[in-house]
Design a protein around this ligand. Sequence first.
Ligand SMILES: Nc1nc2c(c(=O)[nH]1)N[C@H]1C(S)=C(S)[C@@H](COP(=O)(O)OP(=O)(O)OC[C@H]3O[C@@H](n4cnc5c(N)ncnc54)[C@H](O)[C@@H]3O)O[C@H]1N2
Ligand code: MOO
Length: 423
Amino acid sequence: MTAKLRNDCFALPPGVNWIPLEDALARLRDRVAPVVGDEMVPLDAIRGRILAQDIVAFRANPPAANSAVDGYGFAGAALDELVTLPLADGRSAAGEPYGGVLLAGHALRILTGAIVPAGMDTVVLQEDVEVAGGKLQFRGPLKQGANVRRAGEDFNAGDVVLRNGRRLRPEDAALLAAAGLAEVPVYRPLRVGVFSNGDEVVAPGTIAPEDMGAGEIYDSNRPMLLSLLSDWGFDAVDLGHVRDSRDALRDRLNTAAAEVDAVLTSGGVSTGDEDHVSALLREEGQMDSWRIAIKPGRPLALGLWPAGEVLLPVFGLPGNPVAAFVTGLLFARPALGVMAGQAWQEPQGFMVPAAFAKSKKPGRREFLRARINSDGQAEVFKSEGSGRISGLSWADGLVELPHEAAEITPGTLVRYLPYSSFS
Ligand SMILES: Nc1nc2c(c(=O)[nH]1)N[C@H]1C(S)=C(S)[C@@H](COP(=O)(O)OP(=O)(O)OC[C@H]3O[C@@H](n4cnc5c(N)ncnc54)[C@H](O)[C@@H]3O)O[C@H]1N2
Ligand code: MOO
C-alpha cells in the first residue's frame, strides 16, 4: 500500500490502517482514464451523451442585430419628453428584412426577430406609441440600443460553446443548433457490467418468497446498481449472480472482459472466509486492500482483472446494500465518469441546518441517509444500519459528516448531498 496511512481511528482493529476518503479518491482519480472511442450523433440523440471535443460555434447568436419586440425602430437615444418621427415606408420582419438604409430622423416598422437595418439601433415597443398621419409619436426618454439584441451578444462564431467531457442536456441541443451544428462527436457509452456475489443471494423472480430458504435473501444490489448505471448514462449490462466460488468468479470476470469496459460487483469484499472477490483480485489480479475510513462502506475492493490483453477494472463494492449504494456513488460514479470521457465529478453539496443530534467520533467520514424537511433542515433516517434498505428509499440524499469529531445538535450546519448531485 502506497497511500498515506493514518492511525488515528477509534475502535478499529489493531494493526489495520485506514485510508482517509480524500486520499482513496485521489488515488483512484490518478489511475483512471477515458477508455471509449467516439461517434457522431444528431442533436435529437445527444441527451446524456458525453461530448468528445470542444465545440466551436460556426455561427454567432444572434447572427445579426435584431429587434427584441414588435415596434418601431430609429437611430439614437430618444431624449425628448414627446418624440415625433416621420415613418419611412416598408418594414422589417423576421425572415423578410428591410432592404434599404433607414433615413436619418425617420422611424420604421419592425417586428420581433427582424434584422435591424442600417440606420437603426433602437426600437420602441408598439404598445407605447401612437401612429397617425405617417408619423410616430411616443414619450421619451428611451436609451440608445433599447430593445435591440446585438449581433453576437450571446456568442460569436469561433467561440467554444461547450467543452469536451460535458454530459449533454436537452438545452445543449438548442445551443448547438443555434451555433450551426446538426451533429456532434460524443463518446461511445461506457459498458459497465454488474454481478452479485454470495451463496445466500437469489435473483428476484426466480424463487417465490414462500419457497425461499431461511438463509436466502433477494438480490437487492444488482437491480439497484444496474439502475444507477443507466441513470448515469452508461450501458448497464446484467452479468447475473455468482456463487461463492473462486472458479465461478474467475470465469465470470474472464467472460465479462470481452463484454464490458468495467465491472461492479457487490459482496465478498470483506475479510471473511467466503469473501472471494477481494481474495481473487488480490491473488490473481492487481489489487490493494482498500480499507477506507468511511461509514458505511469501509471494505472496498478496487482492482484490475487481467483477461488476455485486457485489464478489466473491477469495483468490488460491499454486500450491505447501503454500503454498496454509498460506495457506488462515491467511488464508482466519478471513476466510471472519467472512463466514459467526463471530467472527475465532485458531488455538489450544500450546507443546511441539521434537524437531528449526533455525537460523531473522529477517524472516519460518515454518510447518513437524509432528506430535507419542510423547514429546510436535514433529517436523517432512524437507523444507520447498513442493511436497512428502506432508508435508501426514504432518503433523497446523504448528510456527510467530517473525518474529525463532530458534535451535531439541531441547527448545526451539515453538508447535504442530494442523490441527484451524483448523476
Ligand atoms: N470482521 C469483519 N467483518 C466485517 C467487516 C470488517 O471490517 N471486519 N466489515 C463489515 C462491513 S462494514 C461490511 S459493509 C460488510 C461487507 O462485506 P462483504 O462485502 O464481504 O459482503 P457480504 O459479507 O457478502 O455481505 C454483507 C451483507 O450484505 C448482504 N448482501 C450481500 N449481497 C447482497 C445483495 N446482492 N443484495 C442484498 N444483500 C446482499 C449479505 O447477505 C450480508 O448480510 O462486511 C462486514 N463484516
Ligand atoms: O460500513 Mo459497512 O460498509 O457498514 O456496511
